[in-house]
Design a protein around this ligand. Structure first.
Ligand code: COA
Length: 312
């Protein structure tokens, strides 16, 4: 486990989900499945699918949403990290496209992508925090953005019911008074139980077992490292992959389901975008007091996993 402490303040968050809705009933017409099966096995009722937009468009709209909410001077941003596995170009990176689309022309900006699948947003925050702590960067824009519909085989009922498109963003600045704790890691996966070539492929039950175990160990890792009692945690924002994975984590951690923010019914699994979308929606519904603590926790292909304890 790579456990470490750092600090940053959350300046703003934002998200964007495309207008196009693909419901379970729509999928019933495409593959041999039912709304009842999908709902009971996954908790998903519908997902959003792009029409005419690309990953960098979604990322830019989510970033603009964060910028506008805080009325933030975007020219302060000097670091842009996009977590994605669905970039529309091999090069340049989505972060470079976001920089261009936001019109950020100031010298000294660094922009790059990372691919850590569904844990990508947490890895992105970890890297941004380290780069700001080194003193070189002052304002980071971290985004998780995916157009998974372009990598989904709509003839494969094992995968096509699970995924959707979307993007979430966070602007952070260095602030010594706001502690963050990271617990990030990668477990080698010789059998490739989850991978993407032309399409997403997976061994569902094996991924399920890994995910159920790793949420507990990731969350316990940050709590123990920070000497923090779970009663001090206002909310856990888990990667939205399957409601049953979240329910089993709730049981294993002995934390009620009300402690977990869930929006999987609306969007399905949006990979690196799932945690920042959920965080932004949670913040639209709940007011955070200074000092409130929230844990983000994710897992994905790699096998990557990680948790991040945020202080508001
Ligand atoms: N509709 C109807 N039946 C389906 C189906 C669908 N969309 N998808 C699979 N099935 C069938 C299977 O073919 C299987 O049939 P069989 O018993 O005749 O062979 C049956 O349902 C049970 O399949 P199983 O894989 O055991 O179901 P499950 O309870 O494990 O649920 C997942 C399947 C994919 C929902 C579950 O394993 C899961 O969520 N895994 C994690 C996936 C994930 O989160 N991936 C991304 C991680 S970032």
């Amino acid at each position: 486990m790579a456990l470490d402490k750092g600090c940053f303040k959350i300046v703003s968050t934002g998200h964007f989900t495309p207008e196009g809705v693909l419901s379970n009933h729509d999928l019933e017409k495409i593959v041999d499945t039912t709304d009842e099966w999908i709902t009971s096995r996954t908790g998903i009722k519908e997902r959003r699918i792009v029409n005419g937009k690309n990953t960098s468009d979604l990322a830019t709209i989510a970033a603009m949403n964060a910028i506008e909410k805080a009325n933030y001077d975007k020219d302060k941003i000097d670091l842009i990290i996009v977590a994605t596995f669905t970039a529309e170009l091999r090069s340049p990176s989505m972060a470079c496209r976001v920089q261009a689309k936001l019109g950020l022309d100031k010298p000294g900006i660094l922009a790059f992508d990372i691919n850590a699948a569904c844990t990508g947003f947490i890895y992105g925050l970890n890297i941004a925090e380290k780069m700001m702590y080194s003193g070189s960067y002052k304002s980071a824009l971290v985004i998780g953005a995916e157009v998974i519909s372009k990598f989904t085989d709509y003839k494969d009922r094992n995968t096509c019911v699970l995924f959707g498109d979307g993007a979430g963003a966070m602007i952070i600045e260095k602030d010594e008074s706001k502690e963050v704790i990271f617990n990030v890691q990668t477990k080698s996966d010789n059998d490739l139980i989850l991978y993407v070539d032309d399409y997403v492929n997976m061994n569902g039950p094996k991924v399920y077992q890994f995910a159920s175990r790793v949420i507990k160990s990731s969350v316990n890792g940050v709590l123990e490292y920070g000497n923090i009692d779970r009663s001090q945690i206002k909310k856990i924002i888990p990667h939205q992959a399957n409601i049953r994975i979240i329910q089993s984590a709730s049981k294993a951690l002995k934390m009620p389901m009300e402690s977990f923010y869930v929006n999987i019914h609306k969007y399905g699994n949006t990979s690196a975008a799932s945690i920042p979308i959920a965080l932004d929606e949670m913040l639209e519904e709940e007011t955070m007091e200074a000092g409130d603590k929230v844990i983000l926790v994710g897992f994905g292909a790699g096998l990557t996993s990680g948790a991040c304890l945020l202080t508001f």
